[in-house]
Design a protein around this ligand. Sequence first.
Ligand code: GCO
Length: 257
Amino acid sequence: MSAIAYFDLTGKTALVTGSSGGLGLAMARGLAEAGAEIVLNGRDADRLAQAAESFGERAGQVHFSVFDVCDEEAIKGAFGRLDNEGRVIDILINNAGVQFRRPMLELESADWRRVLETNLTSAFIMGREAARRMVARGGGGKIINIGSLTSEVARATVAPYTAAKGGIKMLTRSMAAEWAAHGIQANAIGPGYIDTEMNKALTSDANFDAWVKGRTPSGRWGLPKDLVGTAIFLASAASDYVNGQTIYVDGGMLAVL
Ligand code: GCO
């Protein structure tokens, strides 16, 4: 196999949750450029339609499915529709997530539960529905969960996000433990501080901005495109013997004090 062929996703279909913008859309675009058919997901049909149109000449490779990853019945319905369309999901990227910044002393239980549902439980349910189909058709498939720096370290005011992302790391290992025998590779990407809509409160804070740039060996915020290569790697044959790992794309932040 030629070196580049390891990364060719031609003939594969990828479902990316939370992909009407931000990291999800960037990774979806990268997988499309590597040859994959794409199923975008989000809760807003208009935003998804605009996102699909943004693929330009590759728009023919792009479909979308509107459902809330916190709604198990909606997830099952979406997979049922994909089954009926004969659309086999070879690659699942569990990207959907929310952030909610509040000190725990002031944090309401409902907000805790909402973040854990969106950022962690959804990855389990999506992963189970995808893996059931991967196993039923004889095995094989790629699951990529989106973790975070906070899969490893904590900072004040983001406890539910941190707990969920720590759970993503261990859910990923659990998926490997149970599904590797079926030829499924389940891995995670741990983004560092990426300049996205979710972090606009941070990038616009001069002190936080300076802290990220000083604390990150690369000296800059990450960009959504910085995750694309790792996503293609974990979605492709290049990672067929990689399982249960979390790869940090963080400019070196976790590597240094
Ligand atoms: C925060 C940020 C972080 C980053 C990212 C770091 O408030 O600290 O939102 O959580 O988004 O997850 O990996």
